[in-house]
Design a protein around this ligand. Structure first.
Ligand SMILES: [Zn+2]
Ligand SMILES: [Zn+2]
Length: 247
């Protein structure tokens, strides 16, 4: 015990020397960070936070540049989404796509923190106005969780919860069955794939920030939100990146 205590300040000192001699690199471009940059370099942060010129205010779907701002997309016009809004830190392209690939498929779980920071940087005001009671990560089916070893939405949710001082509640919505990865399916198949996938047990109604890493057609976010709103919860959705659907 005494030895552990004696070593501790030395370890701290070595770490401090190490950081000042070899500052950490930007995980997106590998450039050494300067003292004002905490996770991503300034250029990568700016590139990751890009938003479409015009987009649907409810679901964040990118409109063609000629569409007027604040127009609902055809999806939201035909079927009102079960969430107040869905917001993304940026577009699934370039460095943000590269970071998410590393995070999701190459076990770079340390990226949860800078990715959550991007969401907060972009949407702090909307998050404050929504005044949530809890963070709910979109669940993975236990079988998929075993295969991947972690739920990427849960890791981002934990980082957001720490910054926002909110609890993470993973029991408010559950997955009934495993589904094929959405990325392998067409738009219509994605909607069918998600039908009755989520189940929300009875609980006191609350205001929920639902978290995922990527939204494409929003069919997962809609299905999960629907299960929650049917129990009387209010839902707003935060994702790291909004991908453009393939048709
Ligand atoms: Zn960079
Ligand atoms: Zn929309």
């Amino acid at each position: 015990m005494a030895i552990a205590h004696a070593i501790h300040p030395l370890v701290k000192l070595f770490k401090a020397v190490d950081i000042s001699l070899f500052p950490p690199a930007c995980p997106a471009c590998q450039k050494r960070l300067n003292t004002e940059e905490s996770f991503l370099c300034h250029d990568c942060q700016t590139s990751c936070l890009q938003q479409p010129t015009t987009y649907c205010p409810r679901c964040g779907h990118a409109h063609p540049a000629t569409t007027k701002q604040n127009h609902l997309c055809s999806h939201c016009l035909t079927s009102s989404p079960p969430f107040n809004w869905l917001k993304a830190a940026g577009i699934y392209q370039g460095q943000l796509a590269e970071l998410l690939q590393q995070f999701k498929f190459h076990h770079k779980t340390s990226l949860a923190s800078p990715l959550a920071d991007l969401i907060l940087h972009q949407h702090q005001q909307a998050i404050d106005q929504f005044a949530a009671d809890a963070i709910v990560p979109i669940p993975l089916h236990p079988q998929r969780l075993r295969e991947r070893g972690y739920n990427q939405a849960q890791l981002i949710g934990q980082q957001l919860a720490r910054h926002l001082n909110l609890p993470v509640n993973g029991s408010l919505v559950l997955r009934n069955r495993p589904t094929p990865p959405q990325s392998t399916l067409s738009l219509t198949q994605r909607m069918d794939n998600m039908r009755s996938v989520f189940y929300s047990p009875e609980a006191r109604p609350s205001k929920i920030l639902l978290i995922d890493d990527i939204a494409t057609t929003t069919s997962t976010a809609r299905a999960c939100s629907r299960a929650l709103t049917q129990r009387g919860h209010k839902v707003a959705v935060l994702v790291v990146a909004r991908a453009l659907p393939r048709h």
